[in-house]
Design a binder for this molecule. Sequence first.
Ligand code: UDP
Length: 325
Amino acid sequence: MKSILVTGGAGYIGSHAVRELARSGYRPISLDNLSKGHEKAVLDGDFIRGELADEELLESIFQENSVDAVMHFAALCEVGESVENPRLYYEQNVVNTLTLLRVMLRHDVGKFILSSTCATYGDPQRIPIDEIHPLQPLNPYGESKLMVERVLREYDRAYGLSFVSLRYFNAAGASLDARLGESHDPETHLIPRILKVATGELENLQVFGDDYPTPDGTCVRDYIHVLDLASGHVAAYQWLCEGRDSEVFNLGTGQGYSVMELVEAARNHTDREIPLEVSDRRPGDPSHLVADPGKAHQMLKWEPEHSSVETILSTAWKWEQNRRY
Ligand code: UDP
């Protein structure tokens, strides 16, 4: 059985990928320092608690296991935090990745799948955003991921490392059986915050700006179910197993929903009130971010299966009411 090292395997997206890898017949090995992740979220394979910066630990993992590929989720991903503390983002997202790549190359492991982001594009010059859209990140988070993509291209050219970079749009939802879901502290993301207002844990939802150039004035995003992100990773791994070239793919649905549309859908779904408070725009938020997912459809044969707003909300709501961590 092929072993895949999953950094950040105890995190929101990583934990779903671990489960999908096991379901597809692979052996996941999760490495996570649990700074953001949850050990209870690792449902399959081995779990190693440790730091990505610990080169000796990485060395021993590659020595003791026959690792065929690395899926690299472990990273910081808060735009606001990256603006306040860019050092953290360049050290953890870039420097730690360089360490990981060094050890991989030493062990002749030549398949790498990167969690990248639509934040690499910056302010959209056209919607939907395809992969050849200009790359002008607006914050250190997006910049750090773009730097890693550039490093990967050079390592491919010079050392023959094959990679797939997956630029996610807005990850959302939870597993269908509610065993895995989103659990951040503090929670900053829109859908869990809406649902925390529905449960009464939060008093109201702050809507960050209602004067954007969108139909209802609130920001439009492309929400992609975390299970579809997980299947995208397995498809990317299989792509590399077939000996295909390194590639970059958007993972999104191509459909945009505004903050107000999601609130309305959540009101209908939960039958709760969800009071709102409109506040200032959040710095760095573009008005629209919607993927053109055509390249992943055509080349990876990947199609989202769980990303309707109904499924995203119903899985997230079930999780929110029965959290395990
Ligand atoms: N948002 C909001 N209130 C919140 C959290 C988010 O109005 O409490 C908005 C945010 O401004 C953005 C959208 O919801 O337009 C999605 O934000 P989120 O933080 O979930 O994801 P991001 O787009 O930053 O990755």
